[in-house]
Design a protein around this ligand. Structure first.
Ligand code: NAD
Length: 493
């Protein structure tokens, strides 16, 4: 039986795209499942538009109806939503917000539990946090006050630190929930289950058995309508500093002493501390950037709408990351992410070492044809696990062939899998910060990314350098070839 939590949500950016597409459907699912207390919950949405409560509720109905069991259910849910037109830069507006929050708190008997969700452009994060505290929007009667904050968290170490200092004036670190929706994905969470629930896996999760680990976050589309934001960001900031680093950290961390958020965070931070931060020269050698060119009807990046035609923004990154500790000495973690690639998918390939001796080849006097064992975790678009072994070909003799052990999520499991936002909002309601990025993690990831960014802002790139529909520039293949390795997934194969 679900534990229902009383909560008053205050959502900044309630008329925005993210709210409509992800947040309302997620809160609705939590409501349906009984994770938010249906009698003791309300949401104040704010935005610049002059909407009435009725208009706001129409938008909510529009966003959740397809998933409702009945019209009454959707309407009952929407009746908990209240709208205030609000300019987040105007301090006076927060007094009205505070009064309204207190009124609804009483009306729904919410007992002071408040969740503030800032789903707005990042330059507003600090302003909102400051005014919330200064104008008594936080409850002070023993209920919880939690701040959920969208990405991006800064654009380099300095801006992230500035933002963090601004938040810290109003909220303690343990009240801040920094969203990284990759941490809400089923298979990313499954890494922890697989690693620490199976001695079979944990026993070989080290440099004695693992040759290298590859993490790929590929997108099939180009910048689409996000060009305005994306051109000022690029793939390193948009995908590597946050999502990719978080996945690497979970793959690399040591065993936490328990599944509690504080224990997991402690190990994630330790792993990030052991990550080698490159010098500029090392960054040049170990990171590759790319920008897509044209292909048939597909325009090159520089001719996409709202992109300057001399843009040097990277739409692709590949790199090698090293953890300098006993477990991972000499095991490279290769990462890559980009737009306009072969397909849309996220996968992790854990490549194991080959047997020291191939008895099958030595009996025949031939070269070894054994493949590396590979454990592949498919994160998107399907949740799937494949363990690739070497097995015997059917028939006489002893010819070897790859043998795949595959687990694919069933339809029932799929139906039971919440969307990342639903899972993360639920975690925040419960006060579980496991799947949110702490400041120590975010800041370390910026330290790492800043060196690469600085090199790329200084050196002139040779763009465009990859074809839409490929897996990126040749230099990304050379990065591994130099080490005598290759990407497990390679569209050229
Ligand atoms: P959006 O532009 O669609 O919405 C912005 C919201 O902010 C609107 O409700 C607008 O009224 C409000 N707003 C702007 N200026 C205001 C002001 N001065 N006072 C009061 N309200 C103001 O943005 P979005 O796409 O919903 O994104 C919101 C946040 O989520 C951003 O931080 C973005 O980076 C992040 N994000 C969005 C997506 C997505 O898919 N849309 C995905 C990941 C992260």
């Amino acid at each position: 039986m679900a534990t229902a939590t009383r909560a008053l949500f205050m959502l900044f950016g309630a008329t925005g795209d993210l709210a409509k597409r992800k947040l309302y459907p997620s809160i609705f699912n939590l409501y349906k499942k009984g994770y938010v207390d249906n009698d003791h919950f309300a949401l104040i949405g704010t935005g610049r538009r002059e909407w009435s409560d009725e208009k706001f509720r129409e938008v909510i109905l529009d966003s959740v109806s397809a998933n409702a069991d009945s019209e009454e259910q959707a309407k009952a849910f929407a009746s908990h939503f209240y709208y205030m037109s609000h300019d987040v830069t105007n301090p006076e507006h927060y007094d009205a917000l505070s009064d309204y929050a207190n009124k609804l708190d009483q009306q729904y008997d919410i007992e002071g539990n408040r969740i503030f969700y800032i789903s707005m452009a990042p330059n507003f994060f600090g302003t909102v946090a400051k005014n919330l505290k200064a104008h008594n929007c936080l409850s002070d009667n023993g209920g919880f006050n939690r701040l959920i904050i969208e990405k991006p968290f800064g654009r380099d170490y300095d801006t992230a630190e500035e933002l963090n200092n601004a938040l810290a004036k109003s909220f303690n670190e343990n009240q801040v929930y920094r969203i990284d929706h990759y941490l809400g994905k089923e298979m990313v969470q499954n890494i922890i289950a697989l690693r620490f629930g199976n001695p079979l896996i944990e026993g070989i999760w080290n440099n004695k058995y693992i040759d290298n680990i590859q993490v790929t976050l590929a997108e099939k589309l180009g910048v689409e309508e996000r060009a305005g934001y994306y051109d000022g960001s690029g793939a390193l900031r948009d995908m590597v500093q946050n999502h990719t680093m978080q996945m690497l950290t979970i793959l690399a961390m040591e065993d936490p002493i328990s599944f509690k958020d504080v224990d997991i965070r402690r190990e994630k931070i330790r792993a990030l501390r052991s990550m080698h931060v490159y010098t500029e020269d090392e960054a040049r050698q170990n990171f590759v950037r790319g920008q897509y060119g044209a292909n048939g009807d597909q325009r090159d990046y520089r001719h996409e709408d709202n992109v300057p035609n001399d843009s040097i923004t990277e739409t692709y990154v590949a790199g090698k990351v090293l953890f300098e500790n006993k477990r991972w000495k000499n095991v490279p973690f290769y990462i890559r992410t980009g737009k306009m690639l072969t397909d849309k998918f996220t996968r992790i390939d854990v490549v194991f070492k080959k047997p020291l001796v191939d008895i099958f080849a030595s009996a025949k006097g031939t070269e070894s044809e054994l493949n590396n064992n590979v454990l592949t975790l498919f994160v998107d678009p399907v949740n799937k696990i494949i363990l690739r072994l070497n097995g015997k070909q059917a028939g006489q003799g002893m010819e070897m062939q790859p043998l795949d052990l595959t687990h694919t999520q069933s339809d029932e499991e799929k139906a039971a899998t919440p969307e990342p936002y639903e899972r993360l909002i639920h975690d925040a309601i419960l006060g579980n910060a496991t799947n949110f990025a702490s400041w120590d993690e975010v800041s370390r990831a910026w330290e790492f990314a800043d060196v690469i960014r600085h090199v790329w802002d200084t050196d002139k790139p040779d763009f465009p350098n990859y074809t839409p529909g490929s897996m990126g520039p040749d230099a990304a293949d050379e990065l591994l070839a130099r080490d005598g390795r290759a990407w497990v997934f390679n569209s050229k194969k």
